[in-house]
Design a protein around this ligand. Structure first.
Ligand SMILES: [Zn+2]
Length: 228
């Protein structure tokens, strides 16, 4: 298992996927989240987006994470990826902050020189994804489902297609290693990065066309029963 501090994917030079839509459900109080758990972006909300940060909730459910943000922590993220034990798993991700607003998922003074030139104010130039996972760092018993990994990659591909300057995909641990280890050693970063950068499906092959018969075959056609 890899060190989550090394989870950094640089998309520079890689082929951007086509525009896509997300299967997402929006929390009923998203307006409250936008007002109380998010901020006006300090950079252009489209051209200023440079990255996506991958987190894990350290809890068991999406509802638990949302309730923690509502009541205990001045924190938020743009999306939550539900776990196997939840009804949304396998169907849709949960949106809790508008993309145009800066969610609160990384401390303002954190940075990494290897990511976006070491720029701070990471919330203002990124989108944040929280994957529901207990983050039981002593024994790693809560593994990520294949759907969670694919759904997270799908969100990143959606963002990559939409934001022309998006280049960096990185773990919370990579920018705040003294405080955070998420999404943890059990997150399959290499597989995830492969899903993000996977080549899109090649164009469908041309339909098969019947070969034009040569003259001899044309002559032979006279012996065939004909159509009516
Ligand atoms: Zn985090």
């Amino acid at each position: 298992m890899a060190n989550p501090e090394t989870y950094i994917l640089d998309l520079n030079g890689k082929t951007r996927p086509p525009r896509s839509s997300l299967a997402e459900t929006v929390v009923h109080d998203i307006d409250w989240f936008n007002a109380s758990r998010a901020s006006k972006r300090r950079f252009d909300p489209v051209l200023g987006i440079k990255g996506v940060v991958i987190h894990a909730t350290a809890g068991s459910t999406s509802g638990g994470a949302l309730q923690h943000w509502r009541t205990a922590a001045n924190a938020s993220a743009h999306w939550i990826v539900p776990a196997e034990r939840e009804a949304e798993h396998g169907r849709k991700v949960i949106a809790s902050v508008y993309e145009a607003r800066a969610a609160r998922h990384v401390r303002d003074d954190k940075s990494n020189r290897a990511i976006n030139g070491g720029a701070a104010l990471i919330n203002h130039w990124t989108l944040g994804i929280e994957i529901v996972n207990r983050q039981d760092l002593d024994n790693y018993t809560d593994t990520y489902s294949d759907w969670q990994v694919q759904a997270t990659a799908d969100i990143v591909r959606y963002c990559w297609a939409k934001y022309p300057n998006l280049r960096w995909v990185f773990s919370h641990a990579s920018v705040d290693p003294s405080r955070r280890a998420d999404p943890g050693r059990q997150f399959p970063w290499t597989e995830f990065a492969g899903l993000v950068t996977a080549a899109t499906a090649p164009p469908a092959p041309l339909p098969l066309v019947s070969p034009v018969p040569d003259d001899d075959e044309m002559a032979d056609d006279s012996r065939q029963p004909c159509c009516g």
